[in-house]
Design a protein around this ligand. Structure first.
Ligand code: NAI
Length: 330
């Protein structure tokens, strides 16, 4: 079993300036949590709408090179695929010895797309929570899980810093919070594995389920509400997290339990098992990372085409109508 930590000493970094590079999903949530906890935070951002949002929230916003100069702790809160070029151009030339670099995912360190110098601490604090959850939990006095790792322990205190930062952003030292000792490799492989297997499959299975119900004369409204729009899934995933993957089934009717247990395993065919092993192989040997880096270099042609296809699909169009009626979308 992995080593678990429930608290850390945030005082270790209390007098340091934290340069949050990026003010998106994670950057904005973590910066707000840190500021509310009394930590010194500045934002490093390109001049875009995110920089405007950070200023509107009262943060000092510098260019990325300036923020790196001001910060004792540099937090990499920009998308993984843009980090390598920003690192080479804006971060590495301004990074002085003795600083602490915090990655929120292990991706670039694991694949070697970023090679930090030996004279800085390089750590990972990877929230298992979307940015909105990082902020909401903090505001509600709750913690959240993070995976922590150390890629370079220059000071000899790098592990302490992972816990100090986890505590400072409100992940640990609060109910529900835990830091799991991990590594850049483990974090990257498990995160991508989820995205490439059940998480993607889940969305497309629901979309296909919608098509099948419609073919069988069910109205779009009834189909969508049954499959995802009612919010029942929220209750189920909450019960999975709190009670356990299968233990939560006990909360369903016996008819539902029997249906889950007889039909669920039929979808885990030999093809699906092979696909999952293929997915992890392509993650570990770097095939996916190379494909994604190339995609970025070419200006995201496939990514944009796939989004176009989704947005033209019947499920998207029908959902758009329903969500406007329900005032969930403008
Ligand atoms: P995001 O997509 O929300 O990042 C937006 C920020 O990146 C903005 O400040 C924007 O100005 C900046 N940015 C975008 N393109 C840029 C460019 N070419 N040059 C410089 N800055 C640019 O990023 P997100 O989703 O918060 O991810 C940040 C890190 O956190 C990643 O390492 C990700 O793997 C990790 N992470 C994200 C989670 C999430 O909930 N989204 C969960 C756990 C980890």
């Amino acid at each position: 079993m992995a080593r678990l930590y429930f608290d850390g000493n945030a005082e270790l970094i209390r007098d340091r300036t934290i340069a949050m590079i990026g003010f998106g999903n994670q950057g904005s949530a973590q910066a707000l949590n840190l500021r509310d906890g009394g930590f010194k935070v500045v934002i490093g951002n390109i001049e875009d709408e995110y920089a405007g949002r950070a200023r509107d929230q009262g943060f000092t916003v510098y260019s990325i090179p300036e923020a790196v100069k001001h910060g004792d702790i540099i937090v990499m809160a920009i998308p993984d695929e843009v980090q390598p070029e920003v690192w080479v151009r804006d971060i590495a030339p301004n990074l002085l010895p003795g600083k602490i670099v915090i990655f929120l995912s292990g991706y670039n360190v694991y694949y070697g797309f970023i090679k930090p110098p030996k004279d800085v601490d390089v750590v990972m604090v990877a929230p298992r929570m979307i940015g909105e959850g990082v902020r909401d939990n903090f505001v509600n006095g709750k913690g959240f899980p993070v995976l922590i790792g150390v890629a370079n322990d220059h000071s000899g205190k790098a592990w302490d810093y992972t816990l100090a930062y986890s505590k400072a952003i409100g992940a640990i030292g609060r109910p529900g919070g835990v830091a799991v000792e991990s590594s850049c490799e483990e974090e990257t492989v498990t995160d991508l594995f989820s995205e490439h297997t059940w998480a993607g499959a889940f969305l497309f299975l629901l979309a296909e389920g919608y098509n099948v119900l419609i073919e069988n004369g069910v109205s779009p409204e009834a189909a969508m509400l049954e499959l995802w729009a009612s919010g029942e899934l929220i209750a189920i995933t909450k019960a999975i997290a709190e009670k356990g993957l299968f233990a939560q089934l006990k909360g369903h009717s016996t008819t539902s339990q029997y249906g889950h247990l007889t039909w669920g395993p039929r979808y885990v065919t030999d093809d699906v098992k092979r696909l999952m092993r293929d997915a992890i192989r392509q993650i570990k040997d770097g095939t996916f990372a190379r494909e994604w880096a190339l995609e970025k270099m070419l200006g995201y042609p496939v990514f944009n085409r796939l989004w176009d296809e989704v947005m033209k699909s019947r499920v998207w169009q029908d959902e758009d109508k329903l969500y406007r009626v329900l005032e969930r979308r403008k």
